[in-house]
Each structure stands twice: as C-alpha cells, then as structure tokens.
Design a protein around this ligand. Structure first.
Ligand SMILES: Nc1ncnc2c1ncn2[C@@H]1O[C@H](COP(=O)(O)OP(=O)(O)OP(=O)(O)O)[C@@H](O)[C@H]1O
Length: 313
C-alpha cells in the first residue's frame, strides 16, 4: 500500500536549511494499522504530507495505493483519505450535508453520497448530531466528523495526523474505539501519527519511531521493547553505601538508596539478584519489576525522553 524510498524534505527558512525528513524508507502492507511515533518536530507530519501529496519531496520516491506521489498525485488522492491536525469541516452546512457535499466533491452521485453519509454517521455515532452545525460540536465529536469526511469516498488508505491530540482522555479513548471499528468494518489501511506513547503501544500493530527526520526503530511495540529496552528491576536498600554495592553487583545505577537495573527478563532475574545481594550482606527493603515502555525504547535509542522539548532543528 505504501512503498517509500529515501523520502526527504528540506525547508528553507531565512536561507537556513531545515532537514525535516532525512531519507525515510517505509513499506506498509494493505490492511495494517501503523503508528508513526516521535517527539514534536521529529518529522511525522512532514512525512504524512509527502505521502498524501500535500507537499512535494525534496528527493526520494513514494508509491501510495499504487500511484506515484510525484507523477500521479491525483491518482493517490482519489484512493486515500487524509485527516489533518486542523478540522476540515466547514461552518455553513449541517453535519450530514457536510458529508454529502464532500461525497459530491469526490464524484459520488447525490443518492450515493447520501447513502454513504448515512453509513458513516452510523459507524461514527454521529446520527444524533446529523442536523447540527460543525461549530456546535465538541472536540471529540468534531474529530469523528473529520474522520467521516476522510472516509466518504471509501479510500483504501486513511492517514490521520495526531487524531487524538487536544482531546480529553475519555474522548481520546472514544476516537480510538471508532478508529478500530472502522478498520473492522472496511479493512482500511491506517497510518497515523501520534506522540502519545500509550496509544502507539496499546493500539498500533506496528510502531515506526521517528526522530530528527529518520526512522530509528520499526516493529511491534513488544518487539521494540524486548529488543531495545529490556525489563527493569528496582530495589531499595537501607543505606546508600549498600545501594552502590548492589548496583555494582547487578550492573545497574544507584541513586540514593535506590538501584535500577535493566535486564532481559526481570521476573526470572530478580530471585538470583536478591540471593546475590543477600550473600553479600546487603539488606533489601523493597524490590519490584517493570516492563519497559516505548519511552524506555526511545531513551535507549536516543538518550532522551520522547516528551523532552529540546528537539534538534
Ligand atoms: N513549512 C515549514 N517550513 C519550515 N520548517 C518546517 C515546515 N514544516 C515543518 N517544518 C520543520 O520541520 C521539522 C519537522 O516538523 P513536523 O511538523 O514534520 O514534525 P512532527 O513530528 O509532525 O511534529 P509535531 O508532533 O509537533 O507535529 C520541524 O523542525 C519543523 O519546524
């Protein structure tokens, strides 16, 4: 469904080059749900905008839904839907009319557009809001309308740029429920960007981590966590001197009376570690294990947290 090679975009800002995307290779098979995860400014939106033909690449190639983004942008657009960060609904038509008008814009006949609008109103739980003006909808409801607008022409592939950003936790969960539901109903390939770690972790089948314009990791959340981060063991001791010794024994870091280790399988490693500490006369007061998060993966790869603000230009 997507085949991109060396996709690159450089912006010129006051004669300075901003390397937003630095040679991305990406293949996405039909029917997949892929999350592009990365900190602010990593290049996620720019990648999406190139794949959706909204922005020409500086170099590199991409075929999307069987059409080349540079040579046949109209062919790409006819087969994809795009839900951008800003709302796409206008203010003049009521919700259902907005959908029908959008369908007509995509070349559907009036009856066909109306039938499709009704189908999407049902799928996205917008039926009770069909006669409202978009301006009167809540953030989450508006987002659902945006998704319906992106789906009106039955695209094979839907791009969503930060679909849940700016929503409260309940509306975020609700948007995800609808995204998963439409995937089940239509088998649409979904490519979305997010900087919410838990969402990428829990919802996407595949997570592509982007940093500083490059793909730095690509796989299922479980694969990435197992291969790149490892589990954590955290223990506390009664004295700082004991913590330092305990860190030495386990190969971890001590901070005050707390020691953290990274191990491939914490549940299996903990009993041996505790025995070793006991044998060295170190008194452990608490011990716990934890699975890594995608932020641990990002940290292991870049030395930074994904929520850090200081992103290189
Ligand atoms: N039109 C533009 N002109 C100049 N620089 C731009 C433009 N669009 C993006 N950039 C720069 O390119 C880099 C990547 O931006 P992009 O919006 O793709 O990141 P992002 O990962 O989507 O971030 P966010 O999560 O904040 O949307 C940033 O340094 C940004 O400032």
């Amino acid at each position: 469904m997507i085949h991109a090679r060396g996709l690159t975009r450089v912006f010129k800002v006051k004669k300075q080059a901003v390397h937003a995307v630095r040679g991305i290779d990406l293949d996405v098979e039909a029917g997949r749900l892929v999350a592009l995860l990365g900190p602010n400014g990593a290049g996620k939106s720019t990648t999406l905008r190139m794949l959706t033909t909204l922005l020409p690449p500086t170099s590199g190639t991409a075929t999307v839904a069987g059409h080349d983004v540079a040579r046949d942008p109209a062919g790409v657009r006819a087969r994809i839907g795009y839900v951008g960060q800003r709302t796409s609904a206008g203010e003049n038509f009521r919700v259902r009319d907005e959908l029908v008008t959008q369908g007509r814009c995509y070349g559907l006949g009036t009856r066909q557009a109306a039938a499709r609008a009704d189908e999407l109103l049902g799928l996205l739980d917008l039926e009770p809001l069909a006669a409202r003006l978009p301006g009167t909808l809540s953030g989450g409801q508006r987002r659902r309308l945006d998704i319906a607008l992106g789906l009106i022409h039955r695209p094979d592939l839907l791009f969503l740029d930060e679909p849940s950003t700016g929503l409260d936790p309940k509306s975020r969960a609700d948007i995800w429920q609808h995204i998963l539901r439409l995937r089940e109903a239509y088998g649409t390939t979904l490519v979305l960007t997010t900087h919410y770690l838990e969402e990428a972790d829990n919802m996407a089948e595949r997570v592509v981590i982007i940093d500083n314009g490059r793909i730095i990791a690509d796989g299922t959340a479980e694969q990435l966590k197992n291969d790149l981060a490892g589990d954590h063991i955290t223990i506390t001791t009664s004295a700082e001197e004991e913590a330092r010794r305990a860190a030495g024994i386990g190969g971890g870091d001590a901070e005050g009376t707390t020691v953290r280790l990274r191990v491939p399988n914490a549940a299996a490693a903990l009993p041996d570690y505790l025995r070793a500490l006991d044998g060295s006369g170190i008194k452990v007061t608490t011990a716990e294990t934890a699975r890594p998060t995608l932020d641990d993966v990002f940290l292991a790869l870049t030395g930074r947290s994904i929520t850090d603000d200081d992103i290189p230009a």
